[in-house]
Design a protein around this ligand. Structure first.
Ligand SMILES: [Zn+2]
Length: 243
């Protein structure tokens, strides 16, 4: 049964997934300003200098070693999604569930797949496999080439949060269709872009997004980017899903 949300909720996004794929790795939105758009979010930093997590109003950088640190607030991002997370839907995760199986549980929780969702899975993970992008130097290469250099990490028996956004397929090119999530451990020391995980026990929380505030960069590079490549699906698969 599909239901409609009863409350409007805005999700903020800076730039486009298709711009990132085209190698637009520098933006003009500071972490400081981004934090004003939400206490929860994911993204990356200029020059792809790590994966970004915003949790409880604090911003973290997850570098290519898998370690978390605090960025300067005047650092900029070329791509980020943020919102003020309100857990409107909540349930416990079935014990010892893989990412694939949990995706079905989450789908059942959604009132409709036609809205956007911020997603937070808090608990103990028997394993989390992540990747992190490596800081780039100009001239920038397209993302499909860059992510071949990613480093992967597997964290085992770790408490933390898998968090991100579930984006409808019709937003392809704007965002990453399906779930795009990052991991940060409970001690705020480790994490990365999530490729796979198994949750031992935990809680799933969802915040339904009905409004999208999209901010496009005012840079010459963005203005000149190719945002409609023929192989968009393939590029997203290669850079974000890595299967
Ligand atoms: Zn990511």
């Amino acid at each position: 049964m599909t239901k409609q949300p009863v409350t409007r909720h805005t999700i903020f996004q800076y730039s486009l997934m298709s711009a990132l794929l085209d190698g637009i790795y520098d933006g003009e939105l500071s972490v400081n300003e981004l934090l004003g758009k939400g206490n929860f979010g994911i993204g990356t930093f200029d020059a792809l200098d790590g994966e970004m997590v915003i949790l409880d109003g604090e911003c973290f950088r997850l570098d290519h070693t898998g370690r978390a640190s605090r960025p300067d607030l005047d650092e900029c991002t070329p791509f980020a999604v943020a919102t003020n997370f309100v857990p409107r839907l909540r349930r416990s995760a079935p014990a010892n569930t893989t990412r694939e199986a949990l995706a079905e549980v989450i789908d059942e929780m959604l009132p409709s797949s036609n809205y956007m969702y911020a997603l937070k899975i808090t608990g103990r993970f028997s394993s989390v496999r992540t990747r992190t992008v490596v800081k780039q130097e100009r001239p920038y290469r397209p993302m499909a080439e860059v992510t071949e250099d990613d480093t992967e990490h597997t964290f085992e028996n770790i408490d933390g949060v898998v968090m991100g956004f579930r984006t409808p397929i019709y937003e392809k090119g704007i965002g990453v269709p399906g779930c795009h999530a990052h991991f940060l451990d409970e001690k705020r020391e480790l994490g990365g872009h999530v490729l796979d995980f198994t949750i031992a026990e935990g809680t799933i929380e969802l915040c339904v997004g009905t409004d999208l505030e999209l901010r496009l960069p005012l840079t010459g590079e963005f203005a000149g980017a190719d945002l409609d490549p023929d192989d968009l699906d393939e590029q997203i698969q290669k850079t974000e899903v890595k299967e």
